[in-house]
Design a protein around this ligand. Structure first.
Ligand SMILES: Cc1cc2nc3c(=O)[nH]c(=O)nc-3n(C[C@H](O)[C@H](O)[C@H](O)COP(=O)(O)OP(=O)(O)OC[C@H]3O[C@@H](n4cnc5c(N)ncnc54)[C@H](O)[C@@H]3O)c2cc1C
Length: 466
């Protein structure tokens, strides 16, 4: 580890030992900085997964690049379950596979949230000597005094720590963000989606086998609501039902066991029998909140900054929230190069990162409609097939937007959004009046691509992240 510059101070304090806080701590330790993390929960290492948060997550290229940077990807790899595409289930139970990418290696991975968090903390504490103080909750920040107030939950007593810097990675409901906002130091809002989610379990078969196709992300698109399921490495699946909170078919309308049973067996007849505890789980599991956090700027002088979900939580429909947070950590680390103080570092981080986190927030919301509705539509399927075919023919200029986001960490989110808009219009035009790929005019496709889309090589060479 190199010696930290004088301006960096003697210790960085981080709030929250989730994926963002743990990875950030490792990266700062690699720069020789002393780091203490304060985490409100008890040590998760060796403990069973907590209930109430999503059990598994989709890990993609951006998250993988970050894990590779600290040497963790090889270690977690054995526990990942690759998913090569979306397996769409219609109401009759018929299925069709929509591949995610054009190459065999273009897969996303299902990973246990708890397992990944444990691995990050093991590395942070065991190998890098990060000091993690569990059961300490940030309760308030006094920016005038430069002091953060925490509570030691074991002894129920207050603890004060200096900021400068305090890096708050305390998730979507961030205490620090709310205090910065209340003090009028930043503008922030949480835009609630009027849909929520609930998790249900699909256990492994009696012989320990997967009861549906293992290497796919399963989707039951039903218009206003949808069910998805990701495989776990113990041959179970975790299903998540996304649905309006209120209205005729909603979490509010499904209150009794009979209604719940009718709803699940009526809309998802092929998978409902694979969820033996469906009604009891539906009643017992909390309905999760979904929303997008907007905040700007992300720091107060050189004292304190919010990073990860605390700064820009998004809805989960692109499977990018955590991937984006892990990429934040690499970007933050890069912003430390050549700096002279924390304030400059925070300012540069916000300037470089905000256009990209804004872009993924938009794409995540757009993907909800795609998953619950469009994937079942023949025109959408033709456009998706054409997008992959155009990538095969013109890989230097055309990469489907989903692939840019999931498989190309060298392409910033904002670029994926901007190019995706041009490509989307092109796909609409090229498929107008066509019902198969054979009917598409590829000569016109080529000339439009050459005219409208810059070569990707220029973007790739300008990106510093790995
Ligand atoms: C249903 C659902 C599905 C998702 N699926 C995916 C997916 O497939 N792929 C993906 O990339 N992302 C996914 N996400 C998003 C992902 O969960 C988040 O983006 C990610 O967990 C954010 O990491 P974080 O460390 O910033 O925050 P968190 O994971 O929320 O961690 C924050 C930490 O701070 C602690 N903390 C909070 N408040 C305090 C306090 N006051 N004092 C001290 N400690 C505190 C918490 O206990 C926690 O440990 C999903 C999210 C949801 C809700």
């Amino acid at each position: 580890m190199t010696a930290p510059a004088d301006w960096m101070g003697d210790r960085v304090r981080i709030v929250g030992a989730g994926p963002t806080g743990a990875l950030l701590a490792i990266l700062l330790r690699r720069r020789g900085l002393a780091v203490t993390i304060y985490e409100s929960r008890a040590d998760p290492r060796g403990a069973p997964p907590p209930t109430g948060r999503s059990i598994n997550l989709a890990l993609a290229d951006r998250g993988i690049a970050a894990l590779r940077r600290v040497g963790l990807f090889a270690e977690v790899f054995a526990r990942l379950v690759p998913m090569s595409g979306r397996l769409i289930h219609d109401v009759q139970g018929a299925t069709s596979l929509q591949p995610y990418g054009m190459r065999a290696a273009e897969v996303i991975y299902s990973i246990s949230r708890h397992g990944l968090n444990q691995a990050l903390l093991d590395l942070a504490i065991g190998q890098y000597g990060v000091d993690v103080v569990f059961e300490h909750r940030l309760e308030a920040a006094d920016f005038a005094a430069g002091v953060a107030q925490l509570r030691d939950l074991r002894r129920d007593r207050p603890v004060s720590v200096p900021m400068r810097p305090l890096l708050s990675c305390d998730g979507a409901g961030s205490r620090l963000r709310r205090d910065m906002q209340a003090a009028g130091l930043i503008a922030a809002s949480q835009q609630a989606l009027d849909h929520g989610y609930k998790e249900l379990k699909i256990p492994a078969g009696a012989g320990g086998e997967y009861r549906m196709l293992k290497n796919a992300l399963h989707i039951w698109p039903r218009g206003e609501h949808m069910l998805i399921a990701l495989p776990n490495d113990d041959a179970s699946f975790t299903a998540t039902l996304f649905m309006p909170n209120t209205g005729p078919t909603s979490f509010a309308s499904l209150s009794g066991p009979a209604e719940i049973e009718n709803f699940l067996t009526g809309h998802f007849p092929d998978v409902a029998p694979l969820m033996p505890d469906r009604v009891a789980e539906f009643l017992a599991h909390p309905t999760g909140f979904l929303g997008t956090v907007h905040a700007s700027p992300w720091a107060v002088g050189g004292q304190a900054a919010i990073i990860g979900d605390a700064a820009h939580a998004i809805v989960p429909f692109h499977g990018q929230g955590m991937n984006c947070c892990l990429e934040d950590c690499l970007e933050f680390d890069a912003c430390l190069d050549g700096q002279t103080d924390w304030e400059n570092c925070f300012r540069e981080f916000h300037a470089r990162r905000k256009p990209n986190t804004d872009a993924i927030a938009i794409m995540a919301l757009e993907n909800y409609l795609e998953m619950r509705e469009h994937v079942a539509d023949a025109r959408f399927r033709l456009r998706s097939a054409l997008a992959l075919e155009l990538e095969r023919r013109f890989p230097e200029r055309f990469i489907p937007r989903y692939s840019m986001v999931m498989f190309h960490h060298e392409i910033p989110y904002a670029t994926a959004l901007a190019r995706g808009r041009v490509q989307g219009r092109l796909l609409e035009e090229l498929t107008a009046g066509a019902s198969t790929l054979a009917e598409v005019d590829f000569g016109r496709a080529e000339s439009e691509i050459l005219r409208q889309l810059e070569p990707l090589a220029t973007i790739r060479s300008s990106v510093t992240n790995e």
